[in-house]
Write a protein that binds this ligand. Structure first.
Ligand code: GLV
Ligand code: MN
Ligand code: MN
Length: 403
């Protein structure tokens, strides 16, 4: 199993990796995504699994009869944030194949179908909405809304799918597929230091904080940076900057987090006062009330700053995921199958398992991240911990899908 893990990791490693930053740029329906998908398909076929792509562009590799029902599904995603790390997503997919190899090595008998998945566009780096593949499947994103999604170049999601050779016409809620699934278990690299601090290689997820993305458009007036008197300016950069500080302040007050990590400026000239500053707020909190209070306060502050500078502001919520509490029974079952005292931890990161928990039983395993860093090339899990993760996943799958 260790060698199959190493081989898969080595094969996947170069795909979509930027030589300059060392980070991954595996965005939905791009060439890097195509190559990741080709890798998934070849791993499925090399193991004699039944390969298919669902109506929403998610990849599936089946052991046993896909139509038999009560399937145990495991996997994650292969796409990345801009300059993301190697582990966020791919660790779950590689570990799924490696866990199957381990179970075959153990000689277990499967009593239920097992499927390995790669959910498309989990990070939402290209079209702004996270977990598009699982959201469509679960009915949390309608076909109509999905057709409205556009990337930064104005290419729509269906256009991007078509260009990548996929038919977008039947995207949407997939009850027939969901009805075949008994449980979904996603293994993921931890995106913090909790396991490093407890000294455990593997943990189980308890809950995911509610989280969302909001687009703030500050519109002012483009003008000359040298000749326009300060008092005559309608500079949207000023209320934007004040809003970034307000986000930090409000998040601290509420015990939440709030981040402006992406910005677009027009016309984006050194010697021009901007006409538009567009900033994307990502905010998350332990409770829905805390999140609501944080975002409401940030928006209120932003409106005051915008008014003061003669700038127009519009705020649009682009994405939202409510609090997720993973099902107790499945979570306890995982703990039992993993042999007892396994740490249980919550997270502020979003996952396909969180989306799918609205329609099927789901659970998550986390693997220790020694840097505690994620969404960065510095994300890191040691090979021994990855192997511990595969073995834990194999134990769980054996308990759920085998006699
Ligand atoms: C996905 O990793 C997210 O939490 O944004
Ligand atoms: Mn991520
Ligand atoms: Mn992820």
């Amino acid at each position: 199993m260790t060698s199959s893990f190493q081989q898969m990791w080595a094969d996947l490693g170069p795909i979509g990796r930027d030589a300059g930053s060392g980070g991954y740029r595996r965005f939905a329906w791009t060439e890097a995504d195509r190559d990741c998908r080709a890798w998934f398909r070849s791993e499925a076929e090399a193991r004699g699994l039944t390969y298919e792509v669902d109506r929403n562009g998610n990849q599936w590799a089946w052991l046993g009869d896909p139509m038999a029902g009560d399937a145990i599904v495991t996997g994650s995603h292969l796409d990345s944030v801009p300059d993301g790390g190697a582990f966020d997503g791919p660790l779950g997919v590689v570990s799924a194949f490696a866990a199957l190899d381990e179970l075959r090595h153990r000689g277990v008998e499967f009593t239920k179908p097992l499927a390995i998945t790669n959910f498309g566009d989990e990070e939402g780096a290209r079209f702004g909405l996270a977990c598009v593949g699982s959201r469509l499947t679960a009915g949390q994103l309608t076909r109509e809304k999905a057709y409205e999604l556009k990337d930064g170049d104005g290419i729509s999601l269906p256009q991007a799918m078509e260009r990548a050779g996929y038919d977008p016409s039947a995207i949407g809620r997939d009850d027939e597929r969901l009805a075949r699934i008994g449980a979904y278990v996603e293994l993921h690299v931890e995106q913090g230091r909790a396991l490093d601090l407890t000294g455990d290689a593997v943990g189980i997820a308890s809950a995911i904080w509610p989280h969302g993305r909001w687009r703030f458009d500050f519109r002012g007036e483009a003008n000359h940076a040298g000749t326009t008197r300060l008092v005559d300016r309608r500079d949207p950069m000023l209320p934007y900057a004040e809003t970034v500080l307000a986000a930090r302040r409000e998040a601290e007050l509420a015990g939440a987090v709030a981040t402006f990590g992406k910005i677009a400026v027009e016309p984006n000239g050194v010697n021009a006062i901007p006409s538009l500053v567009r900033g994307w707020l990502d905010s998350r909190a332990p409770s829905p009330d805390d999140l609501d209070a944080t975002v409401t306060a940030i928006e209120k502050a932003a409106r005051e700053y915008a008014d003061r500078h003669g700038v127009d502001l519009s705020v649009v919520r682009e994405s939202f995921t409510p609090v997720i509490e993973f099902e107790d029974a499945l979570r306890d079952e995982l703990g039992r199958l993993m042999g007892g005292s396994v740490p249980v931890l919550g997270t502020g990161a979003g996952h396909d398992a969180g989306i799918l928990s609205s329609v099927i039983p789901t659970a998550m395993l986390f693997v220790r991240n020694l840097t505690g860093i994620s969404h960065s090339p510095a994300e890191y899990a040691a090979e021994d911990d990855c192997v511990a993760g595969v073995l834990a996943l194999a134990d769980v799958l054996e308990g759920l899908a085998c006699s």
